[in-house]
Design a protein around this ligand. Structure first.
Ligand SMILES: CC(C)(COP(=O)(O)OP(=O)(O)OC[C@H]1O[C@@H](n2cnc3c(N)ncnc32)[C@H](O)[C@@H]1OP(=O)(O)O)[C@@H](O)C(=O)NCCC(=O)NCCS
Length: 145
C-alpha cells in the first residue's frame, strides 16, 4: 500500500494544495487562500500526498464551549476507494481526541453520499442539519462518542 506523506498547513506551506482539495470537494462553499492561511493558525490542517500526488486533506478544529472537536477529512474524487480516507481519518481522529475531551464531531454536506456513508460506517450519529446563509444544500453534523 502506498505510504501517505502528511504536511501541516502553516503560512504558505501546504495552503494552496489544502484549498485545492477543499474547493474541489465542497464547491458550494469555496475558501480563498487568505481564509485557509487564517484558519490554519487556529486549527490542525494537513494535506496528504501518495507518491507526491495530492490525494486529500484534513481539518481538526479545537472544541468550543458548545461543541466538541471537529474532525473532517476529504479525498479528491479521483483518489477515492483506495483506503486513503480511512487512513486520513484515523490520524485526524487521534488529533481531535487529543485536543478535546475525547468526543468528536464531523460535518458533511448533505448531498455528499460518500461522506455520509463514510461517517456512519465509522460510528458517527447525526445530531443536526443546518443551512449557511445563501446556501441551498444543508450541512449535516454527526457525533462520535
Ligand atoms: C468520505 C471520504 C473522505 C472517503 O474517502 P475514501 O478515500 O474514498 O475512503 P476509503 O477508501 O477509506 O473508504 C471508502 C470506501 O472504499 C472502500 N475501499 C477502501 N479501500 C478499497 C480498495 N482498495 N478497493 C476497493 N474499495 C476500497 C471502503 O471499504 C469504503 O467502502 P464503503 O463506502 O462501501 O464503506 C470521501 O468520500 C470524501 O472526501 N467525501 C467528501 C468529504 C466528506 O464528506 N468528508 C466527511 C467525512 S469525515
Amino acid at each position: 500500500m502506498t505510504a501517505l506523506r502528511y504536511v501541516r498547513v502553516h503560512g504558505d506551506i501546504g495552503a494552496a494544495d489544502w484549498m485545492r482539495v477543499h474547493n474541489a470537494v465542497i464547491p458550494t462553499a469555496p475558501l480563498a487562500l487568505d481564509e485557509v492561511r487564517g484558519n490554519a493558525a487556529l486549527r490542525v490542517m494537513e494535506v496528504a500526498y501518495a507518491d507526491d500526488v495530492l490525494v486529500g486533506n484534513s481539518t481538526v478544529r479545537p472544541p468550543t464551549d458548545d461543541e466538541p472537536a471537529t474532525v473532517i477529512v476529504r479525498v479528491l474524487p479521483e483518489h477515492r476507494r483506495q483506503g486513503y480516507g480511512a487512513r486520513l481519518f484515523a490520524r485526524a481522529l487521534e488529533q481531535g481526541r487529543e485536543i478535546g475531551d475525547g468526543t468528536v464531531q464531523t460535518v458533511v454536506l448533505e448531498s455528499n453520499d460518500d461522506g455520509l456513508r463514510f461517517a456512519l460506517a465509522h460510528g458517527f450519529v447525526e445530531v443536526e442539519r443546518y443551512l449557511l446563509d445563501d446556501d441551498t444544500i444543508p450541512f449535516v453534523t454527526l457525533r462520535l462518542a
